[in-house]
Write a protein that binds this ligand. Structure first.
Ligand code: ADP
Length: 248
C-alpha cells in the first residue's frame, strides 16, 4: 500500500495542451508535459521561445489561454505556497537583513511564527551564511546574495521549485558552487523542480530530463532523458540537445 501524499511531498505537475498568450498573441502553444514528483526537469530553448512564460504559468502568475495546468491533479488557478518561484535577484528586500529576508519567506509560506527563527537559522546554516545573518543584501557579493535566494526559495519546503535562470549572472566558479549546493539541498529537501537555463552543461548536471522548446509559439521540440553517469551516453545526449537547440 502506498502512503497518502503529505503536505510536503513533491508535486506532480501536468501541462495538458497549454497555450499562453500576451494580448491575444500566443507565446506558448499546445504544450504537453508531465513533471514527475521529485523530478528535476530543465526547460531550455532559444531566447524568447517562452520558457519564462511557462514557468510563470505553472506558478499561477499567468493564466493559460487554452489547456490545463494541474498540480497533483488540481487545476492551477492562482499562486500557491506549494509552488515557489525562486532565486529572483530582486526578490530580496534591501532594507531587511539576510535573516529577516529568510524569516519573511517563512511567513509567506505559512510557517507558524514560533517556528520561524529556528528554521531561518537552519536554512542560513545550510547555505553557509550564519556569519552574515545580520548583514544587508548590499553588503554581500552576488554569489552570497544568490545563496540567500536559495535559502529564501527553499525555506518552508515548497513542493515544487520553479527557477528561472538563477545562476545566469554568476561567474563560472560561483555558479558551480551554487549548482552543487542546490543539488545537496534538494537531496535533503526533495521537491519537484522546473529549472530554466540556456546552458547545456547546466541542463545535463541538474536535469533528470531536458525539455527543449522550439521558437515562440511552437510546441516542445524534444524531451530528453539524461543518463545518470558521465560517459558516451551523456555525450550523445549533449549532442542531441545541442542539435535540437540549433535545428530551426
Ligand atoms: P524566454 O524565457 O524563452 O526568453 P519569454 O517567456 O520571456 O521567453 O517570452 C516569450 C515571448 O513572449 C517573447 O516573444 C516575449 O517577447 C513575449 N513576452 C514576454 N513577456 C511579455 C509581456 N509581458 N507582454 C508581451 N509579450 C511578452
Amino acid at each position: 500500500m502506498t502512503a497518502a501524499p503529505t503536505a510536503a511531498d513533491p508535486l506532480t505537475l501536468e501541462l495538458d495542451g497549454v497555450s499562453v498568450s500576451y494580448r491575444g498573441v500566443p507565446a506558448v502553444r499546445d504544450l504537453h508535459l508531465t513533471v514527475r514528483p521529485g523530478e528535476r526537469l530543465v526547460l531550455t530553448g532559444p531566447s524568447g521561445c517562452g520558457k519564462s512564460t511557462v514557468l510563470r504559468a505553472i506558478a499561477g502568475l499567468l493564466p493559460a489561454a487554452a489547456g490545463t495546468i494541474r498540480a497533483d491533479g488540481d487545476p492551477v488557478r492562482s499562486t500557491s505556497r506549494d509552488r515557489a518561484m525562486v532565486f529572483q535577484e530582486d526578490a530580496l528586500l534591501p532594507w531587511r537583513t539576510v535573516r529577516s529576508n529568510v524569516l519573511l519567506a517563512l511567513g509567506l509560506r505559512g510557517v507558524p511564527r514560533s517556528q520561524r527563527p529556528a528554521q531561518a537559522d537552519r536554512w542560513l546554516d545550510e547555505v553557509g551564511l550564519t556569519a552574515y545573518a545580520r548583514h544587508l543584501p548590499r553588503e554581500l557579493s552576488g554569489g552570497m546574495r544568490q545563496r540567500v535566494q536559495l535559502a529564501r526559495g527553499l525555506a518552508g519546503a515548497p513542493r515544487a521549485v520553479l527557477a528561472d535562470e538563477p545562476f545566469g549572472a554568476l561567474d563560472a566558479q560561483t555558479r558551480a558552487t551554487m549548482q552543487s549546493l542546490l543539488l545537496r539541498t534538494l537531496d535533503a529537501h526533495p521537491a519537484t523542480v522546473v529549472f530554466v537555463t540556456h546552458d547545456v552543461d547546466e541542463a545535463l548536471l541538474l536535469g533528470h530530463r531536458v525539455a527543449v522548446m522550439g521558437r515562440r509559439g511552437e510546441s516542445l521540440r524534444e524531451l530528453i532523458e539524461v543518463p545518470d553517469s558521465d560517459g558516451p551516453a551523456r555525450a550523445a545526449v549533449r549532442a542531441a540537445i545541442l542539435a535540437a537547440l540549433t535545428d530551426h
